[in-house]
Design a protein around this ligand. Structure first.
Ligand SMILES: NC(=O)c1ccc[n+]([C@@H]2O[C@H](COP(=O)([O-])OP(=O)(O)OC[C@H]3O[C@@H](n4cnc5c(N)ncnc54)[C@H](O)[C@@H]3O)[C@@H](O)[C@H]2O)c1
Length: 317
């Protein structure tokens, strides 16, 4: 575990960034850089911790980013436009923030005096509409132009290629992680589990987009953070991309909704609504590479994760 280091986290007020900050804050100086379009930090007990500094800023502002990053030894780049509904409404912003903003982060990191690691966040969306036990050696898929959903995957893929290029050409020690469907306490953006759990707690109807046959593998936030910490510290992570997910928690969206209703003892009815955008039908990772090289293993099973998530959201009712 890192100790006495300065860790700079873009998007550090978001779901994943703030949970990561919570793990590091006890023994490190943590700087969060975020424009606060989303904010999970405000609900964290460590918000006013003396080791924490929040800089409000936009990763599209390269100069502000570079100033705020001064003195960082480790950089984690979480800031992004994420969540399919947001992406579809704002494809221009998605591509600008995720491509140009990421370029700014990598360039600023490459100018640091002592940069031990840069971890960039990609996505499992780079595997397209059908990915079963997708491995890092599988081809990434770029969907049809004009389908707004794919602006997210394409922009993240560009970020990944750029991170790798900074490693090979400029020896910046970069690592990319591809999270597969993360959920849990503190999620502030879109996410099926966040929405379904909140509705189930209130016994309100749960709405499934499409016919509910879409298949996902769900990764609890603590497991994801464990994977990111390994990517941040492990010497074998440099220059690599890793799938980070839980390959055992595989369920259809209809199965997920039923599981949530059963586990939480809810009376929510389940309904189906049609959405006009492209969907991912099958997404299950292989996390063998992360296990082999980093010793990563997801531990929290789905029902346990759902209970913990519901306990968290009940506090806000
Ligand atoms: N949650 C998942 O299941 C998942 C899956 C795959 C990839 N990811 C990636 O992981 C990263 C973190 O995701 P998350 O779930 O925490 O999302 P999130 O939306 O909760 O966090 C992103 C943060 O970035 C900030 N931000 C957005 N635009 C910014 C900008 N221009 N400048 C500065 N800050 C900006 C937001 O305010 C937010 O706090 C993202 O890069 C996302 O694409 C997440």
């Amino acid at each position: 575990m890192l100790e006495n280091k300065t860790v700079f986290i873009t998007g550090g007020a978001g779901f994943i960034g703030s949970m990561l900050a919570g793990r590091l804050i006890g023994h490190n100086r943590v700087v969060l850089f975020d424009n606060l379009t989303r904010n999970s930090l405000k609900d964290k007990a460590f918000e006013a911790h003396p080791n924490l500094r929040l800089v409000e800023g936009d990763i599209l502002d390269g100069a502000a980013l570079e100033t705020a990053m001064q003195g960082a030894e480790f950089v984690v780049h979480c800031a992004a436009i994420a969540g399919i509904d947001t992406v579809i409404k704002k494809p221009v912003n998605t591509m600008r923030v995720n491509m140009l903003g990421s370029a700014n982060v990598l360039e600023a990191a490459s100018r640091l005096k002592h940069c031990a690691r840069v971890v960039c966040f990609s996505t499992s969306e780079v595997f397209g509409t059908h990915g079963f036990q997708s491995s890092e050696l599988d081809k990434t898929v770029v969907g049809a132009v004009g389908e707004a959903r794919w602006t997210y995957a394409v922009s993240k893929l560009a970020e990944e290629h750029l991170a790798h290029a900074y490693y090979t050409e400029r020896w910046l020690p970069t690592t990319c992680v591809r999270p597969f469907n993360v959920y849990g306490p503190g999620q502030v953006g879109e996410g099926a589990i966040r929405t379904f759990v909140n509705r189930a707690i209130r016994n309100e109807p749960i709405e499934i987009h499409g016919d509910g046959t879409q298949i996902r593998a769900w990764c609890y936030i603590d497991d994801l953070v464990e994977g990111v910490l390994l990517a941040l510290e492990h010497p074998k992570a440099v220059g690599e991309s890793f799938n980070i997910g839980n390959q055992r928690t595989v369920v259809t969206i209809y199965g997920l909704a039923n599981t949530i209703v059963r586990v939480l003892g809810s009376t929510s009815p389940i309904r189906f609504i049609q959405k006009e955008y492209a969907d991912v039908e099958l997404r299950v990772p292989s996390t063998d590479k992360a296990r082999r090289l980093l010793g990563f293993e997801a531990k929290v099973d789905l029902e346990e994760g759902l209970r913990r998530t519901a306990d968290y959201y009940r506090k806000f009712m």
